[in-house]
Structure formats: structure tokens, C-alpha cells
Design a binder for this molecule. Structure first.
Ligand SMILES: C[S@@+](CC[C@H](N)C(=O)[O-])C[C@H]1O[C@@H](n2cnc3c(N)ncnc32)[C@H](O)[C@@H]1O
Length: 274
């Protein structure tokens, strides 16, 4: 069988297996992960999936069917790490241009995978990271939709435990509930601000843009996962920006988009980073 036909078949079988597992409510298999991303160096490490941690994951990532066993723990670990690798590879030219940031803001970190990954992958343990999140008890995800004050579904104590488990240093967690769910009370400026699968993805970037720009230093870059439903690129035309693609580790063969923006073209590396 020709290679392309074989890979189409293997993709089809893979999707069929994922669907069947979902229907039968069987936990994930490691075979569902994109091997090239899942096999990369492990920066994010997952502890055993206790009932409390499973509950926190379920609120933030309702799409997963995880169990309190080693296969689920490994699946979650490899997926969190693999997804972060996909994002990192797309971001790398911009981070190289930026150099070491003086401070970083992670908006909606969930359980902290990106802070953990970026600190370790870039050797940024000394760089202060601020994490803006709140504990919630329901999930209110839209697709690039409106902004709500009560959309937080994180768990601050689980987030802190994950950061400690991964031996992360120099970070501060800001409870959005103490800031009236606004970003304005954060002690910027930041050289790097990002929000993965949160602002830009579930809630349109436009509802946050003014507050984010206010927190960005002149040399800063911002990176935001975009939802497939996001279409209003014209609204960004007044700002230097790029839209880049990155591969996801689950489901296999899935590609998503990330918006990279700055206050100047120079911060984006000029023509080189396109
Ligand atoms: C799908 S999770 C993404 C978590 C993490 N960034 C990741 O990629 O693994 C969305 C996160 O956005 C957070 N969130 C909800 N409302 C928010 C808001 N108004 N501003 C920032 N983050 C918010 C949620 O609490 C949740 O942790």
C-alpha cells in the first residue's frame, strides 16, 4: 500500500479508536498521541492522578476521559508536554528575537503546564512568572465568544501543587477574584504575555486587548491560541501581528493557530519572522 494511503488508514483507525473509547467510556490509550510530540524531552511531569486532581482536570479539560491509573497519568503527562512542545516550536523564532524576558504573564494557566514547560525549556527559572487564574466550580467555555466575570474554572491549590511537584521557582499566583476579574491590577509591565486555550480561544481576544496592551512593555510579545471560529483578523490590522500554526499532540494530526502580537514590528523580528 502506498505510504500516503497507509497513513490515511492509520489516521482513520486512530480516530475510530478514540471515538469508540469515548463511547464505551474507556480511558485514553497512549497510541492516541502524536508520536513525534509525545516522544520529545519531558519538561512537564504529572504526579499520580488523585480524585482531587482528576476533578480539577475535568473542570479545566472536560474533553479528557481520565482514570486514577498509570496509563491515564502518563497520557495526561505526555499530552501536556507534547502540546507545549508544539506551541514552543511555533514560538521559538519570536522567543529567540525577544531574548530573556524581565517578567512573564501566563493568563489562565489552568494547572500550569505552560509555565512549567517554558521555564524549563528556556532555562528561565530566574525569570519571574505571574499566573492569573481563579478557582471555579463550573466550566463556561465558549468558542471565541464573549467575556464573563465568572468564567474561571481553575483550582489554585492544585495549580500550586503542580508547580511545586515540578520544582518551579520564581512565580506568583494572582487570584483574579481579588482583582475583580480584571487584568489591570497586575503589576506589569511584562516582556512576554501569553494565554493558551483561554483568552483568544474560549473568549475573544478583543474583550481583553486594551488591558493586555497596557501590561506589555515596548519590546514585549504576546501569544494567544486562536479558536478556529475566530475570523475577525481585520480588527487586528492596527497592530503588528502574525498568525502561526502549531501541531497538537492530541487528537493526532490536529493543527491549531496562535496569534503573536507586539507593539512594534521590530519586536516581531521584522520580515524575518513570518
Ligand atoms: C482550557 S483552560 C487552559 C488552561 C491552560 N492555559 C492550558 O493551556 O493548559 C482555560 C483556562 O482559562 C481560565 N479562565 C477562565 N476565565 C478566564 C478569564 N476571564 N481570563 C483568563 N483566564 C480565564 C480558566 O479558569 C481555565 O483555567
Amino acid at each position: 500500500m502506498p505510504d500516503s494511503q497507509q497513513s490515511r488508514w492509520s489516521r482513520y483507525l486512530n480516530h475510530a479508536e478514540t471515538k469508540l473509547r469515548k463511547r464505551l467510556r474507556i480511558g485514553h490509550s497512549l497510541k492516541e498521541l502524536e508520536p513525534e510530540l509525545a516522544e520529545k524531552e519531558l519538561f512537564f511531569k504529572a504526579p499520580p492522578l488523585t480524585p482531587d486532581l482528576l476533578k480539577a482536570i475535568k473542570l479545566i479539560s472536560p474533553q479528557f476521559l481520565l482514570r486514577s491509573n498509570e496509563v491515564s497519568r502518563r497520557f495526561w503527562e505526555l499530552n501536556q508536554n507534547g502540546l507545549s512542545w508544539g506551541e514552543f516550536m511555533a514560538l521559538e523564532p519570536y522567543l529567540r528575537q525577544l531574548g530573556t524576558p524581565s517578567a512573564v504573564l501566563d493568563i489562565g494557566p489552568g494547572l500550569g503546564r505552560s509555565t512549567i514547560f517554558l521555564k524549563k525549556a528556556n532555562n528561565w527559572q530566574d525569570v519571574p512568572f505571574h499566573l492569573y487564574e481563579s478557582t471555579g466550580d463550573s466550566t463556561k467555555y465558549t468558542k471565541a465568544g464573549p467575556r464573563f466575570d465568572d468564567s474561571f474554572c481553575g483550582n489554585l491549590s492544585a495549580l500550586e501543587s503542580l508547580l511545586i511537584f515540578n520544582e518551579i521557582e520564581n512565580y506568583q499566583i494572582f487570584d483574579a477574584a481579588d482583582l475583580d476579574s480584571k487584568l489591570a491590577g497586575l503589576p506589569g509591565p511584562y516582556d512576554f504575555i501569553y494565554s493558551f486555550f483561554a483568552v483568544g480561544f474560549h473568549w475573544s481576544i478583543y474583550h481583553f486587548l486594551d488591558e493586555i496592551l497596557e501590561l506589555m512593555s515596548d519590546r514585549a510579545i504576546g501569544a494567544f491560541t486562536l479558536h478556529d471560529r475566530f475570523t475577525d483578523y481585520d480588527g487586528l490590522s492596527h497592530l503588528p501581528h502574525r498568525v502561526v500554526e502549531f501541531r497538537r499532540s492530541w487528537p493526532r494530526d490536529r493543527v491549531s493557530k496562535m496569534l503573536i502580537l507586539a507593539k512594534t514590528e521590530a519586536a516581531l523580528g521584522g520580515e524575518g519572522c513570518k
